[in-house]
Ligand binder design. Structure first.
Ligand code: MN
Length: 359
């Protein structure tokens, strides 16, 4: 008998609200005052973070600023085409260029993350420069419950994506400067952000405003079909093998309410796939309509365990992730367990059951 669902999708009245130009003033002041910028996003970057930083880098460059994009982890293969629009460097403590950029810059803009730890290996350097008083940290994001660690922050969780916010920021900047700033390249980068973070315009935050914005970006030169093809029709044979193995390993527990998947290093090795190949799998965990909470756990190379949560209705998984130092959105969140995957699975399953029971 198929599981049935009567769980309503969340619609929040503030979804689709846009910021007034004056609400962007602190960000615009910081951007116009800065000379030398480093833009960055969270570890294991996604389309939203990457598209947002490329779009903002292109805008700042056109204003005559020095701009580098330096990320804590590498660009996943299906987003590498963005590097054609702007160079993206991966930071590690041995890379002299990236270290120099971080030392020279006077403004760091963090996009699509609102917790200091999400900056990974960049944070100690940013924090050091900030303490010296030589650096301003600006954050633009749309996740829940931001940390207090920046100088200027716009964190609006009703926005579909960080790209949606950057789009509004560029319009506010155009108004302030009295000149046009959008180019086809900027439109392309922002379209990547909005398309990926709305699950290709399917998620609840896909408001009429988001469709208008997408239409505006297409009219400014973004090629929707080519962008979709670049990002989603880009699986390697290894990633397909992993998908097959992962789908067979999904378990549906507790009367269909929980879907559960653990991907081990052995599974990644057997299919010769990579960590970022796991990203497309989580959507299948929520494709059974009775599922209220979906958990994907991935064993990392260093022994830690990465957990991603998706949920339906009033199951606010950001609260679950927060318990372990993570965070995210109401229906999509994640965290990193510092201990072995056996222990992580055991602890988390108990917690997930308790969490659902008390709702
Ligand atoms: Mn995002």
């Amino acid at each position: 008998m198929p599981f049935k669902s009567d769980i309503p999708l969340m619609i929040v009245p503030e979804y689709g609200r846009t910021l007034k130009a004056e609400e962007w003033s602190p960000v615009i002041d910081a951007l116009l005052a800065g000379e030398h910028f480093v833009l960055t996003t969270h570890e294991n970057s996604d389309g939203d973070g990457l598209g947002s930083e490329v779009a903002l880098a292109l805008v700042l460059k056109s204003l005559g600023k020095e701009v580098s994009i330096v990320n804590p982890t590498e660009v996943p293969p299906n987003y590498k085409f963005l590097k054609r629009l702007y160079p993206i460097t991966m930071f590690n403590n041995k890379s002299e260029d990236a270290l120099q950029e971080l030392t020279l810059c006077d403004v760091v803009v963090l996009l699509d993350a609102n917790l200091r730890d999400r900056m990974g290996s960049l944070w100690p350097h940013v924090s050091f420069s900030k303490e010296l008083g030589s650096l301003k940290l600006v954050c633009i994001d749309h996740h829940l419950e931001p940390d207090d660690f920046t100088d200027v922050m716009v964190c609006e969780h009703y926005a579909s994506s960080t790209g949606e916010l950057v789009y509004g920021l560029i319009y506010a900047l155009q108004e302030r400067l009295g000149r046009a700033l959008f180019t086809p390249e900027i439109a392309e980068a922002l379209y990547v952000s909005v398309m990926t973070d709305t699950g290709s315009f399917r998620f609840p935050k896909t408001t009429p405003y988001v469709y208008q914005l997408a239409g505006d970006l297409v009219s400014k030169g973004a090629n929707a079909a080519v962008i979709y093809d670049n990002i989603y029709n880009s699986l390697t044979p290894q990633a397909l093998k992993l998908l097959g193995a992962a789908l067979s390993a999904i378990t549906i527990l507790d009367n269909g309410e929980i879907s559960w998947l653990f991907i081990s290093q052995d599974m990644l090795k057997a299919t010769e796939s990579k960590l970022f190949d796991t990203d497309l799998i989580i959507q299948y965990l929520l494709s059974v309509p009775s599922v209220r909470l979906a958990v994907l756990m991935v064993e990392m190379q260093d022994g830690r365990t990465k957990a991603s949560f998706r949920s339906r209705g009033n199951v606010y998984v950001n609260q679950l992730a927060k318990k372990y130092g993570g965070g995210g959105h109401m229906n999509a969140a994640g965290c990193l367990f510092p201990f072995s995957s056996d222990k992580a699975q055991q602890v988390l399953l108990e917690d997930v059951r308790l969490f659902l029971k008390q709702l």
